[in-house]
Design a binder for this molecule. Structure first.
Ligand SMILES: C[S@@+](CC[C@H](N)C(=O)[O-])C[C@H]1O[C@@H](n2cnc3c(N)ncnc32)[C@H](O)[C@@H]1O
Length: 241
């Protein structure tokens, strides 16, 4: 059974098979990222944090933080922050985030973010919104933790619904990547993760469904832009009052 076809989500809204896969592939995750992005992925995460133009004491939560790259960038650029929190349901990913130097790492998910109401100046999430069991519920939960005027940025891989770019992406990720990466990484889990990536991103909602759910949850200045390749970026704010 592939992860995309897998068993129903747990009570916390996190799919058990997805969690097992991330736990199993966690130690290869950063290497996979570097290989598939030709080393640019962490640069882009740092740029994402800088683009928020937050004051040095801003608070931020990174949801679906994985090995913690966005949270680490936030620690670097927000030196006076009293709270930079990394949240992930995978115990192995959390262990690696702590090892990488993220100071505050907590179990949680898009359905259940373990920080108080209206406590965060920014919420960021890299390549995890695809795992929301219920997009509307996830955006309501994200909004709950945001301070008035707070900013949200989500990075996600967006696959075109049809056409040459979709076929090429499938060929590169599922066809080539899932065969080559296990060899380069020395682990079968890397191939399983790549096959899962394709299943997860190719079945994810189109951008207009995501932006509509953001608007419904009460976000303002909602926008989506295609950055390049498959990378897409969603941004929004909560009102100042
Ligand atoms: C593709 S990784 C992205 C990690 C990191 N944000 C990055 O930029 O590299 C997806 C992460 O989402 C986590 N995840 C899976 N289901 C989730 C859920 N329901 N809510 C939040 N995170 C979830 C996984 O454990 C994994 O660490």
């Amino acid at each position: 059974m592939t992860v995309a076809e897998a068993s129903p989500p747990t009570a916390s809204g996190t799919d058990d098979d997805v969690l097992r896969l991330y736990d199993r592939a966690a130690t290869q995750y950063d290497l996979i990222n570097d290989l598939v992005s030709f080393g640019t992925s962490n640069w882009y995460r740092r740029r994402t944090i800088l683009s928020l133009e937050l004051p040095p004491d801003a608070t931020l939560v990174d949801v679906g933080s994985g090995t913690g790259s966005l949270a680490l960038a936030a620690q670097r650029f927000l030196p006076d922050s009293p709270a930079i929190v990394a949240v992930d349901p995978s115990a192995e990913m959390r262990r690696l985030a702590v090892k990488a130097g993220v100071r505050d790492v907590r179990p949680g998910s898009l359905d259940s973010i373990p920080v108080p109401d209206r406590s965060m100046d920014a919420v960021v999430s890299g390549y995890a919104i695809r795992y929301a069991e219920d997009l509307s519920a996830a955006f309501v939960e994200i909004r709950r933790v945001m301070r008035p005027g707070g900013q949200l940025v989500l990075l996600e891989m967006i696959v075109p619904p049809s056409g040459f770019r979709r076929k090429l992406a499938r060929f590169l990720i599922r066809g080539v990547g899932s065969r080559v990466l296990p060899v380069l990484c020395g682990s079968r889990a890397a191939g399983d993760l790549l096959r899962h990536f394709w299943n997860a991103i190719s079945s994810f909602d189109p951008p207009e469904v995501v932006t509509a759910a953001m608007v419904d949850a009460g976000f303002e200045d909602v926008e989506y832009r295609r950055v390049g390749g498959l990378l897409g970026e969603f941004r929004a704010r909560v009102s100042d009052v």
